[in-house]
Ligand binder design. Structure first.
Ligand code: ADP
Ligand code: MG
Length: 342
């Protein structure tokens, strides 16, 4: 066991210094970072995208099965994903934490290890935050700041009739990873001596615990001169996100069940739990994939990218939002996708 350093032994300012002692910045837009009343950023004629997220222990994450390093990493990823979903590039984050003396300095160091790992991988500067006491568990608030060339940001309201509906990566695996962890937690709480049976479910666990943001897809758009007509990231499940795009763009859509990308391991685990894999993809959260629409004439630009699937098309609003199942039946798409299948 490593030794435990009490937060009280450092004090608030000592703790901030400690957690940020090796913090470096890399962006020219970062003029002033941690250590003053505020950070100073200068984005030299680019447009700025800002997003913020609040994560609360017991609501958004469970400390029983979330390693702190992973929690730090994932907290950053969730925010960067929102920046990429605007077709922007993240440059800075601020990180605020609410902590109790239940945490040791070492535990917070682990959390920051994950935060710094994500910052390094995605080339983002940590430029500030706040540190406060919480008696209601661990609280994490992250704000991410990104840059985009003037008027190159992509909103949710630009989808037009005839556009193709596309999604990156595969869907539903993080939700299945969550179900696996919940199952093992329940078994553990009932009989702590039983070893967890994770059945070498590496993929769904990684999707839950160490998700990535789709930086590569934004880069691909840029390289191929592709400009999506609408875009958002999938944090709450495909169906509710697609309904957002349809509502904000005032359009309808047709989704094809057999086109929805689902990893084989996720599919198998869903069957094991007697769940419909499609339902998991439609309603499971935390995939952090990108959902976007493109003009039909741009199809040639994406067809060779194996990380992008065309899953449907946009219709007039009056036609509503539907999914066509494998058996050819047409169902209304609802925010809780699987209700449609009952
Ligand atoms: P203030 O009293 O103005 O809130 P703080 O003492 O809270 O200042 O913060 C001092 C500096 O440390 C600021 O630059 C702030 O952004 C940074 N900071 C505070 N908490 C954190 C944290 N958890 N992670 C990173 N930077 C932090
Ligand atoms: Mg403060």
């Amino acid at each position: 066991m490593s030794s435990r350093t009490e937060i009280a032994s450092l004090g608030e300012f000592g703790l901030i210094d400690h957690l940020t002692r090796n913090n470096e910045t890399h962006h020219a837009s970062t003029i002033l970072s941690v250590g003053d009343d505020a950070a100073v950023l200068d984005h030299f004629g680019k447009q700025i995208v800002v997003t913020t997220d609040l994560l609360i222990e017991g609501v958004h994450f469970d400390m029983v099965y979330t390693p702190l390093t992973h929690l730090g990493y994932k907290s950053v990823i969730a925010n960067l994903s929102d920046i990429y979903a605007m077709n922007a590039t993240p440059a800075q984050i601020t990180l605020s934490i609410g902590i109790s003396n239940r945490f040791s300095v070492e535990a917070l160091e682990e959390f920051y290890e994950g935060v710094y790992a994500a910052c390094e991988k995605y080339n983002v500067d940590l430029v500030g935050g706040d540190t406060t006491t919480s008696n209601k568990g661990f609280i994490i608030s992250i704000t991410a700041i990104g840059e985009v060339a003037p008027d190159r940001f992509v909103k949710r309201d630009g989808a037009k009739k005839g556009d193709l509906v596309c999604v990156s990566g595969d869907l539903g695996a993080a939700y299945l990873g969550l179900l696996l962890m919940e199952r093992e937690k329940k078994i553990f709480l009932e009989s702590p001596s039983v070893q967890p049976d994770l059945e070498s479910q590496d993929y769904i666990l990684r999707r839950l615990l160490k998700p990535e943001a789709r930086k590569d897809i934004i880069a691909f758009f840029e390289e191929n001169g592709l400009f999506p007509t609408s875009m958002m990231d999938i944090s709450d499940g495909l169906s509710s996100e697609l309904l957002h795009i349809c509502k904000q763009s005032n359009v309808g859509c047709v989704l094809h069940e057999d086109k929805i990308p689902i990893a084989e391991e996720a599919r198998q685990f869903a069957f094991k739990l007697d769940l419909d894999p499609t339902a998991c993809a439609l309603s499971g959260g935390e995939d952090y994939e990108l959902l976007f629409t493109i003009k039909q004439e741009d199809y040639d630009k994406i067809v060779l990218n194996e990380q992008i699937s065309v899953i449907g098309y946009i219709t007039e609003a009056a036609e509503g939002q539907h999914i066509i199942t494998r058996s050819g039946n047409k169902h209304a798409l609802t925010a809780q996708g699987w209700n449609a299948f009952k």
